[in-house]
Design a protein around this ligand. Sequence first.
Ligand SMILES: [Fe+2]
Length: 300
Amino acid sequence: MTVDAAAPHKTFLRAARARETQRVAPFTGEGAYHGSTKPRSRPAPAPPVPRALPPEVQPRTLEAYAASGRREIASFAATFPNRFEVVRALPVPRQDEIRDDGVTFCWCPLDQAMREAGPLTKQVLEAMRARLRGGKRFVYIDSKIQYLAPGDVPVDSQHWHVDGSVVARDERARALGYPLLHDVRARLEALATSPQYLAYQSSERCATRFATAPVTLTMPELIPNFDGLDRAVRALGPASAAQPAGSIVRFDGGSLHRATAAQGAGWRLWVRCVETDREVVLNTSIIECYGTVFRTAAGA
Ligand SMILES: [Fe+2]
């Protein structure tokens, strides 16, 4: 797709959807939300260290490296509490209700999303709004309406990961040899400051899988992507559960989860609500390709 830098960056998209026009791309495992290691065509200069970050996004571990000049990344015993709770079960919608709901969101403020949402998404947002924890400055909505064939994945990764990790993309990460680093230790040692999540999904054929009991493993305290964490979690094989169809679940930044490939063909609505102190202003128009599905070789 082309990006018009002068165009306003939309946080919602109203579109008619059909099985024939579903965007499909090859699955690569390089999901954009997971610290892609793909080389960029134009390496950007390291941005300066941002100032005055809210505690939620302060990379305290990385700050200590920068202060001491330390260059080797240490490991630690990481405990993921894996908070996961089904807070609401809504009726499982019909396929045509999902297909025809019309509007999807990308970092859209909740109030605006409530005004723009189609009937099905609006029900989900109302149920979510009743369960907000409060105490954060911003509430954003992401959503997707996707048609998945068997084997398709709703995002370009099936790695175990956490959402909203503490990420630094600045000269402190570059000093350790990486364009970005997730400060896992900072998140797990200050979980009280974590963003708070509610997520809905309509489908049992393509359910997000959540770890359901605490997991402790030894891992680097700063990581460039989730590859190693995924391998370690898979080796441990922790207790986990598929998100039930039509449910809203609550989790936080210490909750390991992963996408799974669709077991059958059909439409899927996914909605995520995040309460965060981090203001998000889109600097690229990503919503047009936000609903792409990713086709694995197994599903081809
Ligand atoms: Fe996620």
